[in-house]
Structures are given as C-alpha cells and as structure tokens.
Design a protein around this ligand. Structure first.
Ligand SMILES: [Zn+2]
Length: 400
C-alpha cells in the first residue's frame, strides 16, 4: 500500500498518508530520530501529530543537526480503523521472526496483511540503521483504550532512562517482561535506545496535542533542534508537565492479568490508567467470577476494547534511592559478584543471560536481578534464565 486514507475521529477529518510521513536531514551530521505512528491501526493520533509536525518543520525550516524520520505503522489497519487485521503488529518482532526476516526466508505470498506491513517496516528500518553511523533513537507513538495521563514505557536500560527522564511525564519500566515481540524490542536488540509514548485515549483531541508536544520535545532533548528554534518549546513542555501529577516518577510493572477470548474478560468500568488500587479490590470479572487486585499499587493499561490479550497490569513506584543504586551497580557491573554465588552462572553462548538454579533463586529476590537490569525471565525445569539488554550502559554508536 503506497497511500492510506484514514479518519481521525478526534478531529472529524480525513487524512492521506504515505509510509514515510517526513524525512529531514540537517547540514550538520548528528543524532537520528525515528518516529513511528499508527503501529496499531486504531491509534491515528500519532500519525496525525507526525503529519502536522513534519508540515511545521517544512514551513519553519529550523536548523537541524542530524536526521529525522517519521514513519506510518500499520497502513492497512489505519485505513480500516482497526487495531490489526490478523496479528498485532506490535507483537511480532520476536527474535526468531527477526532472524528469518534477516535471512529473507519469507515469501510475500505467505504473509498476512500485518506481516506484510512488518516486512516493509523492517526494510525501511534496516536502510535507516545502515545509513547512519550516529546514535539512532526510536520513538513509537501510541494511545490507549482507557483515559490516561500521558506516560512513557521503555526497556530498562540506563541510556533509555537517561533520555526518558528528560520528559515531564511518568516513566514505566518492566513492561518488556510481559510483552512478547513489540517493535521496539527489535530496535533495542540492535542496540538503539528507544521508548514508546502513550499520549492518552484513542479518540481524544488532547492525545494529538500531547503527541505533537512530545515530538517537539524529543527533537530538542535528542539534540537535533535547539530549544530556541523549536516553536513553542516552553508551551509544549508545560502542557505535558500539567497533564499529570507523577512526572519525574518511575513505576515498575510487576503483575499482568492475561486474558483469552473465551473467558469473557470484562474490566470494571471507570478505571483510569495509573489509578491507585488496593489489595482485594474488584478490578474485573470473567467466566469464573470476580478478579481482584492481589496487592496495593497502580492499575496499568486496563483493557477497554475487544481486541487484545492483556487484561490489566499492576505497577508500583520505584523509589529514587533504588534507581540511583541500580545505576551505580550496573556501571560497576555488579552482576559479576552474583556469578560468584553457587547456582548462578553466566550463559556461555549468551553473555547477557544469567542462569540461576531454582533452589538458589528462592533465596535471591527477583528484585536483585531487576536492579541490575535483568528483565526477561524464562522458566526452565530446574532453572531460571534472566536476560538483559546488551546495550545497557552504553549505546551502540558509542561502542566504536
Ligand atoms: Zn498501541
């Protein structure tokens, strides 16, 4: 599909968009920012925001250092106003699949509509990554089915944290433990910092406003455009800062309620994202009855749409003390000390994986691994495998 015509309910307006919404290269070499909008076809807000910001850049011609790309995600589903056609385009960037895409073993005829979108995005991404020697940041723009304050989600690496905490919105870490194959896991695997920004509810006009503000702030914080040359930088910062009471705070996701289509999951109405909940509170119901909150915390991403298999998550605030400690331990490579313990060893093939004997794991709190940036966890018969991102403390561009 070369062009998608889509409807923005928030603006009651039709738009036409191509895969590359905009591309700008400054005279001076520098960082590269790649924005994605509409990876979920029912989330047109990010696409509208990117169209508008790209037009503003064209008109205002600010001095750019580096390169900017704005890319449309699921064009087919965007046009059809659906989240996806056959498969969630934000869940198919798994390691196995990426290996096959790299090898080029997929025949286009055997791909479904969403996989075709992935193939196109993959090719564009590869080209961009190949072309630039500088640090590439990827930013994926989303919206949610429930009303929410704007927030950032990211893989918990120190470079990601550094970039994300420049924005006046709450930051959520630890979601990668629960989500398989989001687009950004591919980017992180290659070694580029990345984050997703959820602006608000799918059809709210505010979401577009917050997305636009976030894009401008990213261009400034990424070092591509100076604060002076970004139009209304102060206003953009203020509207994001005023949107929430949690900026500067980092929350960690620690629980997921997964749902299957057969269980008739229904979230209790009225939950806003990041709303505090208490242990025992009735959050949802399914064929088996009530689903209650197992602990005190914040309810995160409650499901208020038909498509999707994450019912809700629970998150809790990470105290600044732990964040500072975690940064320090990771810079010191404290995990080496862990491998001195009996029952903990480093995987010979994958050096960013620790293998922990289950009887030892009982005594070592999962929090210790989290603290050191080990996030994804695979349970084997007698062992647990904890893996962290290769590029935790340093980015790929700083590697040379
Ligand atoms: Zn989304």
């Amino acid at each position: 599909m070369t062009k998608a015509r889509f409807y923005s309910k928030a603006l009651d307006k039709h738009f036409e968009v191509e895969r590359i919404i905009g591309e700008f290269h400054g005279e001076e070499d520098g960082p590269v920012l790649v924005f994605f909008g509409g990876i979920h076809g029912n989330e047109s807000s990010g696409v509208v925001a990117l169209i508008e910001v790209m037009e503003e850049i064209k008109r205002l011609k600010p001095k750019i250092k580096g390169s900017i790309y704005a890319i449309t995600g699921n064009m087919n589903s965007l046009q059809k106003e659906q989240r996806f056609e056959k498969e969630d385009l934000n869940r198919i960037w798994t390691k196995d699949r990426m290996r096959r895409l790299e090898k080029g073993t997929f025949a286009e005829s055997e791909l479904n509509a969403d996989e075709k979108e992935q193939l196109e995005l993959f090719k564009i991404g590869k080209e961009i990554f190949k072309k630039h020697a500088h640090q590439v940041y990827c930013i994926d723009l989303h919206t949610t089915s429930a009303p929410t304050v704007p927030f950032i989600t990211l893989n918990d690496t120190l470079i990601n944290r550094d970039f994300a905490t420049k924005f006046p919105v709450p930051v959520i870490i630890g979601i990668e433990e629960f989500l398989v194959g989001p687009l950004l896991s591919w980017v992180m695997e290659i070694g580029y910092p990345s984050l997703a920004f959820e602006a608000g509810e799918h059809f709210s006009e505010e979401s577009i406003k917050f997305h636009k503000a976030f894009v401008w702030l990213s261009l400034v914080h990424g070092g591509l455009i100076s604060e002076k040359e970004a139009p209304e930088f102060g206003k953009h910062h203020l509207i994001l800062a005023a949107s929430n009471a949690d900026h500067g705070r980092i929350f960690e996701v620690y629980h997921r309620k997964g749902v299957s289509p057969e269980e008739n999951f229904e979230m209790k109405p009225g939950y806003a994202n990041l709303q505090p909940v208490v242990k025992g509170e009735k959050l949802a119901s399914n064929v088996d009855g009530d689903i209650i909150s197992p602990e005190n915390g914040r309810v995160f991403m409650p499901l208020y749409q038909k498509q999707g298999n994450d019912g809700f998550f629970l998150a809790r605030e990470v105290a600044p003390f732990w964040l500072a400690l975690s940064a320090r331990l990771r810079k010191w490579k404290f995990e080496t000390v862990l491998t001195w313990l009996p029952g903990v060893r480093r995987d010979q093939k994958e050096k960013h994986t620790l293998i922990v004997n289950k009887s030892v794991a009982k005594f070592l709190a999962v929090e210790i691994f989290h603290l050191l940036g080990y996030r994804t966890k695979v349970r084997l018969e007698n062992e647990l495998r904890f893996t962290k991102r290769e590029y935790d403390v340093r980015g790929v561009a700083q590697r040379q």
